[in-house]
Write a protein that binds this ligand. Structure first.
Ligand SMILES: Nc1ncnc2c1ncn2[C@@H]1O[C@H](COP(=O)(O)OP(=O)(O)OP(=O)(O)O)[C@@H](O)[C@H]1O
Ligand SMILES: CC(C)(CO)[C@@H](O)C(=O)[O-]
Ligand code: BAL
Length: 281
């Protein structure tokens, strides 16, 4: 596996592959890779002749006071894991490659509606940063398909919407959320948890599961949101939201709507903010 930092070198290699009739799969990440990322790579590998992963801690998707500085950067370890997982190129650009005019002066992509709620409401500007950097990465890598995790459910919807609205020639695919044995969704941020917090963290997933079970038994989604929030608070979390939404567009369901819903949560445990979700169908 080659590690490439230079955009022209990346383009030249991709052009060579294309001339040889090979298609390209892409897995964008912020690094500190775990089995969840590797599962996305495997999906790309199964559907593309060549696979590129990117590692880039994107400054424009972090708000003031968020963890941009302390976000774990483990490039050597990531390289080893990606090579083993059958990645052809690791693209690890400098900030100046993605933001030639500086991050603050970048062209910015705003996906309306979908980004005004949930993560977007609690992390203002976050999805502008995500949409912008993903569009830039797509432009540099020019993949035929790109794979994103369902763990970042709203992010997946935002990217699908951007790709469709801008007619980008990329097929967006998604991979299921990989979890530790006790149910905690794998995430680079889990390592911020103290041992005591780590022991409590699986209650996010058990709360999602209980919410789905009670929904299937006929409880109303409004009552279940309140119950799940209270349960998390009792367990020592500070929830930003627990929301039952339409999976398709993240809109609030109608009072009697029972199909195609998903429960999404973001909650703080000490200094760590965790997100997770569970589709009801
Ligand atoms: N547990 C997981 N299972 C499957 N995909 C995942 C998982 N965690 C992250 N991903 C996906 O991997 C891609 C890169 O995500 P990212 O590098 O932010 O990883 P992360 O571990 O979620 O980090 P963070 O803690 O910052 O959210 C995204 O498409 C994300 O949805
Ligand atoms: C898609 C992404 C790589 C853009 O920086 C990031 O938001 C992530 O890792 O999910
Ligand atoms: N995995 C989503 C990226 C972020 O939280 O910034």
């Amino acid at each position: 596996m080659q590690t490439v930092t230079d955009a022209a070198a990346l383009r030249a290699t991709v052009r060579g592959w294309r001339n040889a009739g090979q298609n390209v799969g892409f897995v964008p990440t912020m690094g500190n890779l775990h089995a969840g990322h590797h599962s996305l790579l495997k999906l790309a590998r199964a559907r593309a002749d060549r696979v590129i992963a990117s590692v880039f801690v994107n400054p424009t998707q972090f708000g003031p006071g968020e963890d941009f500085e302390r976000y774990p950067r483990t490039l050597a370890q990531d390289q080893a894991g990606l090579a083993e997982a059958g990645c052809d190129i690791l693209f690890a650009p400098e900030v100046s490659t993605l933001y030639p005019f500086g991050a603050a002066s970048s062209v910015s992509i705003h996906v309306p509606d979908l980004t005004e709620t949930l993560e977007g409401a609690h992390r203002p500007g976050h999805f502008d940063g995500v949409a912008t950097v993903v569009a830039k990465l797509f432009s540099l890598v020019q993949p035929d398909l790109a794979v994103f995790g369902q763990k970042d459910f709203q992010q997946l919807k935002v990217i699908e919407r951007m790709v469709r609205d801008l007619s980008l020639p990329v097929k967006v695919m998604s991979g299921a959320t990989l979890r530790d044995e006790d149910g905690l969704a794998m995430s680079s941020r889990n390592q911020y948890l103290t041992a005591q917090e780590r022991a409590r963290a699986p209650q996010i997933y058990s709360t999602l599961q209980q919410t789905r079970e009670l929904f299937r038994q006929g409880h109303s989604w409004q009552a279940l949101e309140q119950a799940a929030k209270a349960r998390l608070e009792r367990a020592g979390f500070v929830p930003d939201y627990v929301a039952i939404r339409r999976a398709e567009d993240l809109a609030e369901p109608g009072p009697d709507e029972r199909e195609g819903l998903v429960v999404l949560v973001a909650a703080r445990l000490g200094a760590t903010r965790l997100i997770d979700n569970l589709p009801f169908d």
